[in-house]
Design a protein around this ligand. Structure first.
Ligand code: FAD
Length: 397
């Protein structure tokens, strides 16, 4: 096998995050000469991105996540300016339907505190009391609800696969090379990663390495002797039809139980994250749907919250994996403190699709100019696990 392959930057994983990093690096006139993305499965069969629910929002508790969400919306709304190739603009299918977070009496204070942060940063989120909520969404059963927050603009959902493919296509048009291969070893000493080894024996000498391996990021980090708290956690998405027309349209609704639902292609998709004690680490090759979550948790909660959902027909389902950060459920963005040329773009725990534009831009800023230039993501660095300065996010769905 050839042993003289090399690249200024090697990105491990060509999902939405890896491809966003590749795009922003390639689009920067001061960017590196050679950028290589190594992707083990160009069909993306088990990757998280095409299995995502596609939601984009600003309703987070951390200022960084709110700002990331604002840029995500800007990017999606201006995608033609960023990702058109030869005048061909990707259609992300953006539906600006809003997120509707419902809060019970226990959650109302947190909802209000989050809202203060969101308004400070310029989001268009309305706090609704019960009267306003019932008036605006008459199909809702407000039993047990004390208030809600609704994204009037800037929030909704997109087609995840289209965004990923658009990043990839644009990155390639700017000279990024995509290689099909599985990274199986990282050649390193205590200070840097010098080469990326593939399972078929190919060796790529690397100037800088970006871990964008999604739910398998922990395994990639381990190849360099780094313990990264990112594991695959299975999430099931259920598809159903409802004969009763609901007006006005259902937004992306988050029940206080954690169950979510949103419209999709004339029907709906829905799901829930299991409680921590029933949420084992998984293996991304296991894509079997766990229907008991629908029967025991999701459907009862939906039927209670939206009486029209008492009579629905399950028409499909799929499973995928969160790139789950077991410590604080937030992105890990930046270089390793000792292996200074190993960068992380990992651990997004269910919000990596919408964060890909801002994270791709942030990693490009770090690699090209050595610091964050737009949103300061210093708090999201790997060093927080040693210092204990965690970034807890209250609004994880
Ligand atoms: C059911 C579900 C619903 C979700 N809903 C939302 C949502 O509404 N909004 C939102 O923002 N996010 C959502 N997410 C999360 C989002 O999908 C992920 O955070 C995001 O897709 C992560 O992107 P990624 O590029 O890091 O990972 P991936 O898309 O998984 O890409 C990583 C790539 O790395 C490759 N790879 C792994 N190991 C190796 C190796 N050794 N060598 C080479 N390549 C390798 C994989 O093949 C894969 O293609 C959801 C996720 C799931 C599962």
């Amino acid at each position: 096998m050839a042993d003289n392959l090399s690249s200024d930057v090697i990105i491990v994983g060509g999902g939405v995050v890896g491809s966003a990093v590749a795009y922003f690096l390639a689009a920067d006139p001061a960017g590196p000469d050679s950028i290589t993305v190594i992707e083990r499965d160009p069909t993306y069969e088990t990757a998280s991105t095409p299995r995502s629910a596609g939601g984009i929002r600003q309703q987070f508790s951390n200022p960084e996540n709110i700002e990331i969400g604002l840029f995500g919306h800007h990017f999606v709304s201006h995608v033609a300016e960023y990702l058109s190739v030869d005048g061909d603009c990707p259609d992300l299918g953006f539906r600006e339907g809003g997120y509707l977070f419902l809060a019970g009496p226990d959650g109302l204070d947190i909802l209000r505190q989050n809202h203060v942060e969101q308004m400070k940063l310029g989001c268009d989120i309305a706090l609704l009391d019960l009267v306003a909520l019932e008036k605006q969404f008459p199909w809702l059963n407000c039993d047990g609800i004390a208030g809600a927050a609704f994204g009037r603009s800037g929030e909704g959902w997109i087609d995840p696969n289209t965004l990923m493919q658009a990043f990839k296509r644009k990155a390639r048009s700017l000279g990024v090379v995509y290689i099909a291969g599985e990274v199986s070893a990282l050649e390193h000493d205590r200070n840097r990663v010098s080469a990326v080894m593939l399972a078929d024996g190919r060796r790529y000498a690397a100037g800088m390495v970006v871990n964008a391996a999604g739910a398998n990021a922990g395994k990639i980090a381990a190849l360099a002797g780094v313990s990264l708290p990112v594991v695959p956690r299975k999430r099931n998405v259920f598809v159903f039809d409802c004969r009763v027309p609901l007006e006005p349209a259902v937004p992306l609704l988050i029940d206080p139980t954690g169950v979510y639902v949103r419209p999709e292609s004339g029907g709906f998709i829905c799901g829930v994250s299991p409680p921590a004690d029933q949420d084992p680490d998984g293996d991304t090759s296991d894509l079997e749907v766990e229907y008991h979550w629908f029967e025991e948790v999701v459907w009862p909660a939906l039927a209670h919250r939206v009486p029209a959902f008492e009579a629905i027909k399950l028409s499909g389902a799929w499973a995928g994996y969160y790139d789950y950060n077991t410590v604080d459920q937030n992105g890990i963005v930046g270089a390793h403190p000792e292996l200074g040329n190993l960068y992380f773009a990992n651990g997004f725990s269910g919000h990596g699709l919408q964060q890909a534009p801002a994270v791709g831009r942030a990693i490009a800023e770090l690699l090209v100019s050595g610091g964050f230039r737009t949103i300061d993501l210093s708090r999201f660095g790997f060093a927080r696990f040693a210092s204990g300065a965690l970034v807890l996010e209250r609004n994880i769905v």
